[in-house]
Design a protein around this ligand. Structure first.
Ligand code: UDP
Ligand code: MG
Length: 322
């Protein structure tokens, strides 16, 4: 039924922040892929996330040569999660492959993803078998995080999976409707559901340049992940409160009975200190926890646009917002 020039358009979305060292290498690899996959049309959509090096100039130079390249230049650095939303808003493809600029996600996997997409899967995600060039601590923390998050929610979270995945247009449209500002995109992929398919790969080390992640960012993302996904920590707080109150009540009965029945002197200093400090600590923790959720509500209530665009390709945008 398809006419000859009705090829499907595949968008490759690349969020890039200070990646001038890797952009040429990335383009080379993508070019190879595009030349092999002649049955598809391709769009490479770069989102320049306020890079301070000449990433933008490199992208513009590539676009001069190759009109399959489009780019969105954000007005400042918003972070990868928001940069991806900008990409979602501007992409044209029938499907989308999100890929890191640093070639940690091998583009050679894309044909396999496309194959499953043609079979009818909506979300083909690549799961890491191994992570070369990452420290044991990073592996351990990420392992712990996934397990913790999963234990707190009914929705199945894909383990050891990043943003490297193929999404059908309808997943893209679904995620575009989720405009929350404290984004944990990996959770959103799970939340929207649809037909998922896992493929396995070995994650390569970054080819050049520096990782923007550090443990502070990772910790923040983990907290975002949990608090944007589930309110079960609040429930735990309540349950723990009930348990501790129960224990306190029993203890109180013991003290009262001891005094009334046996007339014994109750030496209380040590136990009072333990109780005050212990309960005080727990109260502070949960106060912080409530504050965390309240703070998120505060950000969402403001309802600000997620990002502002400086330009889309050659068009300069005035206050174009997403
Ligand atoms: N990135 C971005 N904005 C940021 C930080 C990172 O768009 O503020 C992009 C970055 O250019 C890369 C991807 O997100 O394409 C993953 O970043 P990185 O390789 O530093 O993270 P890691 O692979 O170490 O988790
Ligand atoms: Mg990387």
């Amino acid at each position: 039924m398809d006419t000859i020039n009705e090829k499907k358009l595949v968008t490759i979305l690349v969020p890039a922040y200070n990646e001038h060292e890797v952009i040429p290498l990335l383009y080379e690899r993508l070019l190879k892929l595009m030349n092999e996959q002649v049955q598809y049309d391709f769009e490479i959509l770069f989102v320049n996330d306020g890079s301070k090096d000449n990433t933008l100039e490199l992208i513009q130079a590539l676009r001069e040569k190759d009109k399959r390249i489009n780019y969105v230049n954000l007005s400042r650095n918003y972070g990868k999660e928001v940069a991806m939303v900008a990409g979602f808003d501007y992409l044209k493809g029938d499907c989308l492959v999100i890929i890191d600029a640093d070639l940690q996600d091998p583009p050679e996997l894309i044909p396999e993803m496309l194959k499953y997409w043609e079979e009818g899967y909506d979300d083909v995600y690549a799961r890491r078998k191994s992570r070369k060039g990452e420290s044991l601590l990073k592996k351990l923390t990420s392992w712990g995080f996934y397990r913790t998050l999963q234990s707190m929610t009914n929705i199945e979270i894909q383990k050891d999976t990043g943003d490297f995945r193929l999404l059908d247009r309808r997943c893209v449209e679904a995620i575009k409707q989720l405009r929350e500002s404290q984004r944990y995109t990996k959770g959103l992929y799970s939340w929207i559901g649809y037909n998922k398919k896992e493929i396995l790969y070995d994650r390569d080390p970054r080819v050049a340049g520096k990782s923007k992640w550090n443990y502070r960012r990772l910790l923040n993302l983990s907290i975002d992940g949990i608090t944007s996904f589930t309110t079960s920590p609040l429930r735990w707080a309540a349950i723990l409160g009930i348990v501790i109150s129960g224990i306190a009540f029993l203890y109180m009965m013991k003290v009262i009975l001891k005094r009334l029945i046996y007339g014994a002197d109750v030496s209380g200093y040590a136990s009072i200190m333990v109780a005050i400090l212990g309960l005080g600590g727990i109260q502070l923790i949960f106060l912080g926890l409530i504050g965390e959720y309240l703070g998120r509500a505060f950000y969402e209530v403001k309802g600000r646009p997620l990002y502002f665009i400086d330009r889309y390709n050659e068009e300069k945008e005035t206050n174009r917002k997403g």
